[in-house]
Design a protein around this ligand. Structure first.
Ligand code: ACO
Length: 326
């Protein structure tokens, strides 16, 4: 059976780090509150002139170099992002130009924090049907440019970064074993960016009322996330006839350490089997899973034949998981 296999990963985070202590000077919050409620200590912030496609480019060239692929060998590019360079064209097309990946087809996926796993799911199907053979997946966000720096309930949470992966076909039993994607549009208002679309076209009104910034009902989202992810991870293991004890590493979306702890507890696995970097980057939405995956690979935390579970939850609402045999 043909499956997709991750043959390389790469990631990039902007140099500028913004610590909780620095945010204390901007709004009424504290390092103690942010650390206790989220686990975040710092996040990376893109430079004023840095674009989403630029971050995506740096992550992509690292992944391409890792598996000795030239950009013109790539036949599909999918970029998962909710903070692209502009509403259109797709950031994937801008990335295609930056890479000079002239033989690829390129498009974006908008599934917020679940976007990278959504993209994996699509790439997996294309690879299994033989449509595409060398796929570049990127999860990337520059959320700092969509944050209201006077809203303490959101600006402390998010950060910028990019992660990339190369997917190729394999006949072996190692690769992506399953992907699972879900959404519930009834809850779209929980996390959204109201301005700049057809509902609220950009105007003085949208700017004066800060409709061009991310709005989130954090506590309600938190409760749905914990419950949904607990079921998601168990269902994903069950689908693959695996026991939680057989899992080598859980790579959760890095939104909040308390959500990650709750999921690990439900699985009955110890935290040394869970990858955490939310302290360093905050919530980088679609970039969170591929950055974590790349860091886990480079830190030697993933070995051949390991079972790896990826899971995410975000705006839409959307949620998604994937089980990989490395
Ligand atoms: N500093 C100090 N106090 C704060 C801050 C802050 N930065 N932010 C909120 N508070 C206060 C609130 O005003 C409130 O005060 P009150 O009790 O006097 O009214 C109190 O802290 C508690 O606020 P809650 O919102 O209930 O705090 P909670 O424990 O839920 O933590 C958080 C907030 C961190 C946002 C949490 O709800 C969360 O992580 N939610 C899930 C986020 C998520 O997973 N999103 C999905 C992905 S995002 C995407 O898709 C783009």
């Amino acid at each position: 059976m043909l499956r997709a296999k991750i043959t390389a990963t790469g990631s990039y985070a902007p140099e500028r780090s913004l610590t909780n202590y620095e945010i204390e000077k901007i709004i009424n919050t504290s390092d103690a509150w942010i650390t206790e409620r989220t686990g975040i200590k710092e996040r990376r912030i893109a430079g004023e002139s840095q674009t989403t496609s630029e971050l995506a480019y740096y992550a992509s060239i690292k992944a391409l170099a890792e598996c000795n692929l030239e950009p013109d060998e790539i036949d599909l590019i999918i970029v998962a992002t909710v903070s692209g360079d502009m509403p259109f064209p797709a950031t994937a097309c801008i990335l295609q130009k930056l890479l000079d990946a002239k033989n690829a087809v390129a498009f974006d996926i908008n599934a917020a924090c679940s976007g990278f796993i959504y993209a994996m799911s699509i790439a997996n199907s294309f690879i299994q049907t033989g449509t595409y053979k060398k796929v570049l997946l990127v999860g990337v966000e520059v959320l700092s440019k969509f944050l209201d720096w006077s809203d303490r309930s959101t600006c402390i949470l998010f950060g910028d970064g990019a992660g990339a992966a190369i997917l190729e076909p394999t006949n072996s039993e190692n690769g992506i074993l399953s992907t699972h994607i879900y959404s519930d549009g009834n809850l779209w208002e929980f996390i959204h960016l109201p301005g700049g679309g057809s509902k609220n076209p950009t105007s003085n009104h949208t700017i004066e009322n800060k409709l061009h910034y991310i709005k989130m009902r954090g506590n309600e989202t938190f409760k749905v996330a914990v419950k949904t992810l607990e079921n998601l991870v168990l269902d994903t293991l069950k689908f693959n006839n695996l026991d939680p004890a057989e899992l080598s590493l859980l790579i959760p979306h890095q939104a909040n350490l308390r959500i990650i702890l709750a999921t690990a507890k439900r699985l009955g696995i110890s935290m040394d089997k869970v990858f955490v970097n939310v302290d360093k980057y905050g919530n980088t939405s679609a970039a969170s899973i591929p950055i974590a995956l790349d860091e886990a690979v480079r830190a030697g935390r993933i070995k051949k034949d390991d079972y790896i579970l990826l899971e995410a939850f975000g705006a839409g609402l959307t949620w998604a998981s994937s089980l990989i045999k490395w």
